[in-house]
Design a protein around this ligand. Structure first.
Ligand code: ADP
Length: 194
């Protein structure tokens, strides 16, 4: 599965909760990149300019990171991707990676939140967590990129009939309940797990 939504929609938080609840591993490309930056690895040195500018890390790097991560044992039983794919080229690459193992995407969860609320949340986060990409200009740029690059991924998932769109306005608990309800409705056979 994957979880998508604009920056500040709360997908990281909800991905962690879903992971604990369903017992599946979260693969967050943003977290992977931030860890590399923190640990000053060669990849970290390559991606930091893109992160700080709120730009997408080039597909070649991102796809390689995901391909290597999805090759590890802890994702054999399934996984929840957070932050990938972020454009249609990455979606095509994910299809190739999954098909190589005889798999395909089961579901794409999408959290929708309006832009004004997102900017408000991200500016608030900036005062707490101090993420280097949470400044107003960079936030607006990341939002624009989301609308232009990532919304087409949601549209493609919708055409495949795997998009589960959930209202991302409300409390963390409310949104979590909506996500579980959407999963239950789509996968009645797996409902026991949720
Ligand atoms: P947010 O959704 O709040 O922007 P993320 O943690 O998902 O936060 O991503 C942070 C940054 O990491 C992005 O702005 C981008 O620079 C980089 N990044 C994460 N995932 C991808 C991806 N799939 N492709 C390219 N860049 C990515």
């Amino acid at each position: 599965m994957l979880i998508m939504g604009p920056p500040g929609c709360g997908k990281g938080t909800q991905a962690e909760r879903l992971s604990r609840h369903l017992g599946i591993t979260v693969v967050s490309t943003g977290e992977v990149f931030r860890d590399h930056v923190k640990n000053r690895t060669p990849l970290g040195r390559e991606v930091i300019v893109h992160l700080d500018a709120g730009d997408l890390v080039p597909d070649t790097l991102t796809n390689r990171v995901v391909r290597e991560r999805l090759d590890q044992d802890d994702v054999r039983g399934g996984f929840l991707l957070d932050g990938y794919p972020r454009n249609t080229a990455q979606l095509a690459e994910l299809d190739v990676i999954l098909a190589a193992n005889g798999h395909g995407l089961d579901a794409a969860l999408e959290l929708s939140v309006d832009d004004a609320e997102l900017v408000r949340r991200l500016l608030h986060r900036a005062t707490l967590a101090g993420r280097s990409d949470d400044t107003e200009d960079v936030i607006r740029h990341r939002l624009e990129l989301y609308h232009h690059e990532t919304e087409p991924v949601a549209a493609a998932c919708s055409r495949r009939g795997i998009l589960l769109s959930v209202d991302g306005m409300g409390s963390e608990d409310q949104i979590f309940d909506r996500l579980l309800a959407a999963l239950r409705a789509s996968f009645p056979d797996a409902a026991a797990a949720t």
